[in-house]
Design a protein around this ligand. Sequence first.
Ligand code: C5P
Length: 229
Amino acid sequence: MYTVMIPAAGSGQRMGAGHNKLFLMLGDKPIFIHTLDVFERDQACAGIILAVKPEERQEIASMLDRYHITKVKEMVDGGSERQHSVAACLEAHNKNGVVLVHDAARPFVRHSVIANLVESATRFGAAIAGVPAKDTMKLASSGIVEKTVERDSLWIVQTPQAFRYDVLKEAAHQAQVEDFLGTDEAMLVERLGYPVHIVESTYDNVKMTTPEDLAFGEVLLGKRQREER
Ligand code: C5P
């Protein structure tokens, strides 16, 4: 069993929606409800901790009701950066075991990937979802190529990221004390010297960031619904 922490307190400016992008409809439900529904349906998920903007708390609570999401145990106030929103979730939780952090904006994560992450984090302490880089990768400075990077060693990293609770708690605490801001949770754990294992995920576990992603999301949703029939 695991608990999942879902930061949903961003503004999503790159979507240009004028309000929280997570409320945009994808097929028949808002984006973040699709994401929550993945965990609602996962028997191994003991509960969800959601970070929200205080001014959106009411609206989100009524959407949870409307779409029958029952596993949200806590709704905490998010912070100015994603890392602060996750830290607020961690504050609300103090149980040993595995915790997952997953972006509310990634509705297409697969159950098999979640199960592999939980297994790997239980054994090793930290595991993150990622896919091998498909394109040729270059390191550049001021628009000029410095070198071609060996692609075989490059992974595009996603969420979920899974940790033993004590490992993530220590890493988040240390980041706070040192005023360190990372781009994902694994970065906080890596800097303490813990090994972080990569679990191969799927290329369709995309984050809904721009309007193009939403159009792609509609296609993916149709494909998933046909698969499940
Ligand atoms: O903006 P981006 O898509 O990278 O955000 C990833 C996730 O983090 C989203 O689900 C967003 O709602 C959340 N977030 C947050 N608090 C912030 C910024 C982002 O909970 N301050």
